[in-house]
Structures are given as C-alpha cells and as structure tokens.
Design a binder for this molecule. Structure first.
Ligand code: UDP
Ligand code: MG
Length: 182
C-alpha cells in the first residue's frame, strides 16, 4: 500500500516499483490499483447507488466511506484473481512466481484501515510505503496538474488542494504514525 500527501506521485512510484520488483524477483502477476481512480470511475455512473456521495467527497477532497472503497478494491482484486485462474492451466504455470498487488492512495484514515482488515478478501499482511515531500513541492505539482491535465479530476484547484492537505494532516498522517509503531 503506497501512501503520501496529495500529488506526491503514488501512482508513478507504484509503476516504477513494479518494474523494479520484476527485475529482482520471480513475479507471476502484478496488479496496480489506484483507489482514487476506482472512486473516480463511479463519477461516470450516475445510476450507482452511492454516486452522489462519491462525487461530493471527491469534489470536496474528503474521504469516501470506507466500505465503498473496500468493496471496490475487493471487486478489482477478485477480477484479477479470476483472470489469473483462467490463464493458469498447468501445475508448472502455477509455480511461476509471486503475485503482487500495489494499491496507491489507500488507506486514507483509521476507518479505512479497520474496514480493510475486517472485510478484505485476500489473506495477506500488507506493507505500507510512505512518501514524504515538502508541501510547497506538492502544491506546485498539483497546481501544474490542474492546469495541464485533461483528466476528469474535479479536485486539483487551489481551495480543494488546501482542503486535501488538511485532511491528509488530520487523518492520513496519524494512520501512518500508528502503522509505523505496529
Ligand atoms: N479518496 C478516498 N479514499 C481513498 C482514496 C481516495 O476518499 O481511499 C478520494 C479523496 O476524496 C481524495 C481523492 O479520492 O482526495 C483523490 O485521491 P487520489 O489518491 O487519486 O489523489 P491524491 O489526492 O492523493 O493526489
Ligand atoms: Mg494518484
């Protein structure tokens, strides 16, 4: 699980880490999931039962109810496992190395973490990687992304960026500290 402030580059680091892990270990399959992207996919589905709630949280930079994100993560992992099972045909295929899952941007707070521990479908103890970065650099990166990105993000605007910093300080950082101690 890759965590760090808004705009720190969690997604990019996941991609780089996957490449590095593949160089050093026998990796049978890799899956990179961006929790933010999973949630943004809901904003294209007005018929989704939690559509309004998800859109509202994304627009405001606040954290979506833990069960929604946990369910989306589980569904994505199940899909990956099922694809894997259909491609693994022989005992030899099954022996071809480890399956790695890199999740970026989750968990965001203690409630996310507890919900994941309670409801996660896979039997694993995740490692957490934390990226620290000066606030001025994050602000610069996000402002640039807001000006240049053609993606459908609604949150790379100044006021929401500040709100996301404050949510990060009050909920994500305490979780990182807690995880560091355990
Ligand atoms: N978000 C959330 N729960 C998560 C991950 C993301 O509620 O587990 C929401 C939250 O509103 C956050 C937004 O998605 O501000 C964007 O998150 P993302 O990780 O994509 O980008 P970041 O803010 O880290 O640049
Ligand atoms: Mg991201």
């Amino acid at each position: 699980m890759f965590t760090g402030g808004p705009g720190v580059g969690k997604g990019t680091q996941c991609e780089l880490a996957t490449e590095e892990l593949k160089k050093s270990f026998d990796i049978r399959s890799s899956l990179h999931i961006s929790a933010g992207e999973l949630l943004r996919s809901i904003t294209k589905l007005p018929e989704h039962e939690r559509y309004h709630e998800v859109c509202e949280n994304l627009k405001n930079g606040t954290i979506v109810d833990a069960r929604i994100t946990t369910d989306l993560l589980n569904a994505r992992i199940r899909e990956h496992v099922s694809n894997l099972e259909s491609t693994v045909k022989t005992v030899k295929d099954n022996d071809m190395g480890s399956d790695i899952i890199l999740v970026d941007g989750f968990p965001r707070n203690m409630s996310n973490w507890e919900c994941w521990q309670e409801h996660c479908d896979i039997n694993t103890t995740p490692s957490m990687v934390f990226f620290d970065c000066p606030r001025s650099v994050l602000l610069n990166r996000l402002t640039k992304r807001g000006q240049t990105s053609t993606s459908y993000r609604t949150d790379d605007i100044y006021d929401t960026i500040l709100k996301r910093f404050s949510v990060f300080d009050s909920t994500t950082l305490p979780l990182v500290m807690h995880y560091q101690k355990t």
